[in-house]
Design a protein around this ligand. Structure first.
Ligand code: NA7
Length: 531
């Protein structure tokens, strides 16, 4: 009968990316029956889907990988400070095989609905391939950057050439050799793909809506000596990361911008320009994000850098952001990004002057006419934070749809639970994100694992966050969001998706707040959460 085809598990994990893999591991370690459903045909999540040329970490590789096992850490040597997509994908395959998790993952299986059934206090989950699973606990580890977004321009489907979103890149390599290529978008993905394909193409046309403060990533290989040091310093490194608000090793700078004279200030700007990844945010002048003059000084320095790199003055001016300061949008980090515009094959279209009217069968039409292309690369971003969760058909108590509950923006506790959605967790979700993804996601994974182990020990069947406790977390988000450097025009507010409610999607309290509140719940022995 059809009933017999329903598998039953204690813990169903959706997604085999950075968060889902760890959740699956913890559930198996605790002896729960488990299954993970993964839409892709391989593990790695964003590192599976974003396989476009140039895709690369901008968190230091060794601070991004798992830190819950020294053995796992010692068994892997990162080749580069900021690993590229192939290395990341290999890493997650290494982890899954090392921990013997692969046989618990069902690939090519996208969850289409998940309904909470009151009587049995279980979740009934359906997937695209006909898979049906009943689980006691449902964990959606579906990521914050997993639903690609496209500009609302007509005709995209009519294009007869090759067209790919960076976040849905095909497994087979795309041949750029001698092709006329368009790239739409100049965020983190755009600045990575542009310089890498520029050399191969016949022509590359970049469609830019908002220029970004892109700075050098400062990637380099990790030497044998550094490898040894990393292994030696493992515990110390983990301690620093655990204390860091955003899960990075970078240390805060103790000076404010105008405590230094102009020469000193320029020297610090120069140092920042050349320093790796997010140190440009964390180790910049302490008031860079709070004092507009401090922010402007750094921006003025960066504008000069852009002018000194880009040979054509008109192009340089177009590449300099005018409407937002440093870290008002998520800053991208690149390698030879601005340099790419000195390549005579590369040209820049300013979409504020000439917006895209439509995509045609052969190319892209603006007020200047149609430009023909062989390949269009959509580096146009994602439905951040809530995108995957509101598309999964999640139904809580009394059939309440998660997308309705979140119609005005997400309501969560710890970015991990929602009231009226019992036995449901979404580690790595909205309101949790605060910097280096795996670092806060692991806090959430551990919170979930500890909670369900405790429930088993106490013989409880339902866990649910009380409404007032959820309310308090949301209030914290709202109150602290005003101190975040990210503006309302950033995708952290949902601004890139037409019709999406504007609400802050990160955890502005950072990892310390997350851990503090988790600690309180643990100490109270989940008071008022269990029944
Ligand atoms: P981002 O950072 O959201 O960048 C998307 C880019 O696409 C950005 O330049 C956008 O311009 C542009 N865009 C988006 N919608 C449109 C429309 N309608 N028309 C023209 N241009 C558009 O996504 P990424 O993939 O680069 O990076 C995502 C994350 O991955 C990143 O933050 C890291 O965490 C890794 P806009 O600025 O909106 O004017």
């Amino acid at each position: 009968s059809s009933l017999e085809s329903i598998s039953k598990v204690d813990v169903l994990v959706v997604g085999a990316g950075v968060t889902g893999i760890q959740q699956l591991y913890r559930a198996r370690e605790a002896g729960f029956s488990t299954l993970a459903l993964e839409a892709g045909d391989g593990v790695g999540g964003v590192w599976y889907w974003n396989r476009y040329p140039g895709a690369r970490l901008d968190s230091e590789s060794y601070t991004y990988g798992y830190l819950f096992s020294k053995e796992l850490f010692d068994g892997w040597e990162w080749a580069e400070r900021f690993a590229g997509q192939p290395e990341n994908e290999s890493y997650f395959n290494y982890v899954v095989d090392h921990l013997d998790l692969r046989r618990h993952i069902k690939f090519g299986t996208r969850v289409t609905s998940a309904v909470f059934e009151e009587d049995s206090a279980t979740w009934l989950v359906h997937a695209s391939d006909g898979t049906v699973v009943r689980s006691r606990f449902l964990v959606a580890a579906t990521g914050v950057l997993s639903i690609p977004a496209y500009p609302a321009v007509p005709g995209r489907e009519s294009f007869r050439g090759v067209s790919h979103h960076t976040g849905l890149w095909p497994n087979e390599p795309v041949d750029f050799q001698g092709k006329r290529v368009a790239v739409i978008g100049t965020g983190s993905s755009g600045v990575q793909v542009i310089p890498v394909v520029a050399d191969e193409v016949e022509s590359l046309t970049v469609y830019q809506r908002t220029p970004n403060w892109c700075t050098p990533l400062a990637n380099e290989p990790i030497t044998a000596e550094q490898q040894m040091q990393l292994k030696k310093d493992f515990e110390q490194m983990r301690d620093i990361l655990n204390e860091s608000a955003s899960g990075f090793l970078h240390q805060r700078h103790d000076r404010k911008a105008f405590e230094d004279n102009e020469a000193e200030r320029w020297a610090h700007h120069e140092k920042m320009w050349n320093s790796p990844g997010f140190s440009k945010v964390i180790s910049n002048y302490a008031d860079t994000m709070t004092d507009s003059a401090a922010n402007e000084s750094w921006c003025e320095f960066m504008a000069e850098k852009i002018r000194s790199i880009v040979k054509d003055p008109a192009t340089a001016e177009k590449l300099i952001p005018r409407d937002h300061g440093w870290a008002a949008k998520r800053p991208p980090f690149g390698t030879d990004y601005f340099e790419a515009y000195n390549n005579p094959k590369v040209s820049l279209v300013d979409l504020k002057e000439t917006p895209i009217i439509r995509v045609t069968e052969t190319g892209i039409e603006t007020a200047e006419g149609v430009q023909e292309f062989d390949i269009i690369v959509w580096a146009s971003g994602f439905d951040f934070g809530t995108g995957a969760l509101t598309r999964m058909g999640i139904r809580g108590r009394n059939g309440l749809a998660l997308e309705d509950y979140w119609a005005e923006g997400p309501r969560t506790f710890l970015g991990t639970m929602a009231h009226d959605f019992p036995n449901f967790f979404f580690p790595g979700g909205p309101h949790g994100a605060a910097g280096n993804n795996p670092r806060y996601a692991e806090d959430q994974v551990n919170f979930v694992a500890d909670a369900i182990e405790y429930m088993r020990a106490q013989d409880c069947s339902v866990i649910e966050v009380p409404a007032d406790v959820e309310q308090k977390w949301n209030q914290m988000i709202e109150e602290l969001a005003v101190h975040s450097s990210f503006g309302e025009h950033s995708y952290f507010y949902g601004a890139n998706i037409p019709g999406k409610p504007r609400s802050f999607l990160l955890n502005p309290g950072g990892r310390p707040k997350l851990r503090e509140v988790m600690g309180e719940v643990l100490e109270s022995k989940y008071a008022r959460f269990l029944s």
